[in-house]
Structure formats: C-alpha cells, structure tokens
Design a protein around this ligand. Structure first.
Ligand code: NAP
Length: 494
C-alpha cells in the first residue's frame, strides 16, 4: 500500500467530481486523485453517445455558473458539446493531472487509528486519503431488463449507454424497449434510418414541447464579448426551471392548478401531433405530471404517426432469437434490439461502492435499514471526512450543476472552518442529520410525490418502500442560500 496520505480521493470524473476538485483547489488542496472506471472524463457525457442525444435542460443552465460557455450551438446542446465542455473545464482548471482512468474502486473504509480513508482499487492497490468524495452520480449503473429469452436474441443488441457508432441502422427491422428520456430522444432518430421500428412502451412518459433555438456565430460572438447577455439568458432559464420544479412538484398542495396546467400543455402537445385517438390514448400518461421525469421533444409524438413505426403496449412475453413476442401474442420479427431501459438507482447504487465508516457502519446497509438520509444531501453520521454527492435528498432542480454547485458551497464553508480551526476531521452529528431528514420529510408532504397520483408512474425516483428520497424538495435558491448559513455546530470538528 502507498502510505502517503492524499488530501482527497474523488470517485468519479464527471461534472460532480470535477466541481469538487475545483473547490478543493480553491481551498488550497492539491494532492488529489480523481478515479474513474471509464477511459476518459465526462461521466454520463462520455458514456452516452447514442443518436439524438441532447441535453434536456437549457444549456445556459446546464453548465457551471462560474464557467459559462458562449459557444453552445443551441439552447439544448447536443451531447457531444457537453463532452467538449467537460474537456474544456478539465483543461482550464488543470484537472486532468489528478485523473486516473480505467480504475475501478472496490470500496472504501475509514481507518480510525490514522483518521484516514483507505480506498481499495480493483488491481489490489490501496490509497490513503484524508477526504473521500463520492461523485459517482445517480445514473451510473445501466440496467439490462430481465426479459425471458433476451440472452438468446440472435440479432444485434444496442445498449443506449454502449452505443456502437459503427453499426448501420439503414434498412434494419428494429425494436426499442424503453420510453424514458433516453427513448424519447432515440426513437425519432432511429425512425429516420430503419425500415421498421417497433417501440415497446410499458409506461407512457409526459412529453412537453421543446422551445429550442440555434445560437449562430453572431449570438456566440455576442455571448463571448458581452458575457452579461448570456448571464441574463441564464438567469431567465434558471428562474424558469426553478419555478417550474418548485411550484409544479414541491408545492403541489398550494399550486395544484399549475401542475394541471402543465398536464394540459402536454395533452395539447399530443393532440396537435397525433390525430388517431387510440394512438393518443396509448401515449397518454395515467399518473400526475411530475411523478416521473418529464421530457421534451417536438418529434417524439409525430414519429408514431409514420407508417413504419409501431407502438406495442401489451407488454413483452418473451424474446426469441428472431423477434419479440408480446403478451397479446403479437410477434415482431426484428434484427436489431435497442435497450433504453434506464439505470439501477437503488440496488447497485447509493452508494455505488461499499463504504464502511466509523464503528464498522456500512453505508448501503445503514441507508437500507434506517431510511435513506444525508445531512444537506452530503454528509452522514459516522462517516467522518466523507462527502457524497449523489445522495439522499441531494438532487435539487433538474440541472445536475445546481446540485454540484450548492455542494461546492457546502464544502467551502465546512472545509474552510476546518482550516480556520486547524482541525483534522469533521463529522455531522446524529442530531443535525435527524433534524434535516425530518425537515425533508415534512417538505415532501406538500409534494406531488405525496399528494399526486403517482401509483402508475413506475418512477425511478421512488424506491421499493414507496419513498422518494433522491430530491431535496426546496428551490435551488434556497438550497444555495442554506449552504452559507448552516450551523457549523451541526458538525463535530476535531
Ligand atoms: P428511465 O427514465 O428509467 O426509462 C427507462 C425506460 O425503460 C422506461 O420507459 C421503462 O419502463 C423501460 N423499461 C425498463 N425495464 C423494462 C422492462 N423490463 N420492460 C419494459 N420496459 C422497461 O431511463 P432513461 O430514459 O435512460 O432516463 C434516465 C434519466 O436519465 C432521465 O430521467 C434523465 O434524468 C436522464 N437523462 C437525461 C438526458 C439528457 O439530459 N439528455 C437524456 C436521457 C436521460 P417503465 O417506465 O415502465 O419502468
């Protein structure tokens, strides 16, 4: 084992991990290692390369506040531009020197004697570090559905998260399983290329109109020369997103009509795209808007009106070597199967690696036996000097950057205090953690998750106990403000 003590090990080289590294640098820490199992940085934007991938939050909002990018080609930028942006940030802030790729972390354990974390890597190496930062994301464990016969399918299987760019879809008879945000982006693109496309939908998704605009060279020059112009645009997209989520989801009790208005916009969007009543009905969600991640598309619904695109909603009975048999007995012969079946958020994630804290507390086990919980969505009792980003009650708003940036503020205040006191460790108190959990649960009482009709939504935002502990049900502004004010006495600092 390398006995040198690092300042920090960050697990995950996506935007979360990079934000954490930038914050550590600002605080003067430089002995940092960022580990990632992939072969390059960017997290989800490195892994996802499927056709039609774009960011589904305005790019003006989906970026670090401190690093605006004047060169987005559109309001909803293509995925490749997000990867370029990640590369740019890593370059500008000198983060690549910290990164080790193709490195899988087996687990981490707090060592009481040395007051450090021991991080085990799959090759047998162990790193010793003062701070441990889990930046693995909520959506990092792609799911292959457990459908009978899937292993014996004789054609080509394309996973959305492992897209094979070399595979030509021209002339293919394809099927896609999954109509979440990924499916909604992929389906119109697939339909452009293949001869036949069958979409297997289990739960219809809310699809809203997308008000997208291209940013031509003139707009990009304007943003670059007068950054205030882009700031103003960002402030409006931030405010719109924040208000939508806060009012339609978290303040459902007080603003139910706003949620209903959003649902009516979705219904109008369907009505304008699809004349066939039966088809429209099949694509109509039977749960409230906001129970599950809504998505944006101006092409999704129209795609189903094309003669070579078929929608199957009876469910899948089995997959055979040459096709898919539905529960209604219909068989579709296919040569290409596309899986847009989402991620395992609850079983193999949260945490994404085994983490053992003080007194042998196993984070995953403790969360499952005592409810998912994390103070300010970041710290957990008996896990000293550990910050976890994709945690219970951490996710605020719809842009991941909102979460990353309020967490950077939390780090700034907490680690700054350690430095002022010349202290070595922090650990959130049980009392502060319980108080925060209580507050989150009370806030959720007003949300669409509690008061809306979410029974049929099959939303990954809910766990198997029917709780929805991923989101911090507050506005983004409030989450940000609180990070400059949380009582430092909520931590034992030693
Ligand atoms: P998802 O929302 O979990 O959707 C998975 C889809 O697969 C659902 O339609 C699900 O049906 C279906 N499915 C899963 N197992 C199935 C089975 N055994 N049989 C039939 N259908 C099955 O996953 P996602 O679309 O990848 O999106 C996940 C999240 O990623 C989004 O919510 C969003 O936060 C993010 N995302 C962002 C972007 C972007 O910004 N560009 C793009 C894509 C995704 P059920 O609904 O019935 O379970």
């Amino acid at each position: 084992m390398n006995t040198d003590r690092l300042d920090a090990v960050i697990v995950g080289a996506g935007f979360g991990g990079m934000g954490a590294a930038i914050q550590l640098n600002r605080l003067g820490y430089d002995d940092i290692v960022i580990l990632d199992r992939e072969d390059d940085l960017g997290g989800t934007w490195h892994v996802n390369r499927y056709p039609g991938l774009t960011v589904d939050v305005p790019s003006t909002t989906y970026s670090y506040w401190f690093e605006p990018n004047p060169y987005w080609s559109r309001l909803y930028a293509p995925g490749a531009e997000l990867k370029q942006y990640a590369d740019h940030v890593a370059e500008k802030y000198g983060l690549r020197r910290y990164m080790r790729f193709n490195t899988t972390v087996d687990g981490a354990r707090w060592d009481e004697d040395s007051q450090t974390w021991l991080v085990s890597l799959s090759g047998g190496e162990t790193l010793r570090t003062r701070f441990l930062i889990l930046a693995t994301g909520y959506l990092c464990q792609p799911k292959t559905p457990d459908i009978p016969g899937i292993e014996d399918f004789g054609g080509t299987v394309l996973h959305a998260q492992e897209w094979d760019d070399a595979y030509s879809l021209e002339g293919k008879k394809a099927a896609i399983i999954g109509t979440g945000s990924t499916g909604v982006q992929l389906i119109p693109k697939l339909a452009e290329d293949v001869d036949e496309l069958t979409v297997y939908q289990r739960t219809p998704i809310w699809v809203m109109p997308k008000f997208d605009v291209a940013f031509g060279p003139a707009a990009q020059r304007l943003f670059a020369r007068f950054p205030v112009t882009q700031r103003l645009l960002r402030m409006s997209s931030d405010l719109f997103m924040d208000l939508m989520v806060t009012i339609a989801m978290w303040k459902f009790r007080q603003f139910r009509p706003v949620n209903s208005a959003a649902a009516r916009i979705g219904a109008l969007h369907r009505f304008l795209a699809i004349r066939d009543k039966g088809l429209r009905r099949k694509l109509t969600p039977n749960y409230d808007f906001g129970c599950k991640r809504p998505t944006l598309s101006n092409t999704y619904y129209r795609t189903f009106t094309k003669p070579h695109v078929h929608l199957e909603t009876a469910g899948i009975e089995r997959i055979e070597p040459d096709g898919i048999v539905g529960r209604d007995g219909t068989k579709r012969v296919i040569d290409t199967l596309v899986l847009a079946t989402g991620f395992d958020v609850w079983e193999s994630n949260l945490p994404a690696i085994p983490v053992i804290g003080r007194e042998g507390r196993d984070l995953g086990k403790w969360w499952r036996e005592n409810r998912f919980q994390a103070y300010e969505g970041m710290t957990v009792p008996l896990f000293p000097n550990m910050l976890t980003q994709a945690s219970p009650y951490a996710w605020v708003g719809m842009s991941w950057f909102d979460t990353v940036e309020y967490q950077m503020r939390h780090m700034n205040r907490l680690l700054g205090e350690l430095q002022r006191r010349g202290a070595e460790t922090f650990e959130v108190t049980e009392e502060a953690n319980a108080r925060f959990l209580d507050r989150m649960l009370t806030l959720l009482d007003d949300s669409v998750f509690h008061l809306g009709d979410c029974v049929n939504s099959r939303s990954y935002w809910f766990n198997s106990s029917g709780e929805a502990p991923l989101f911090r049900p507050t506005s983004i502004r409030q989450a940000v403000k609180e990070q400059d004010r949380f009582p430092l006495s909520d931590y034992a600092i030693a």
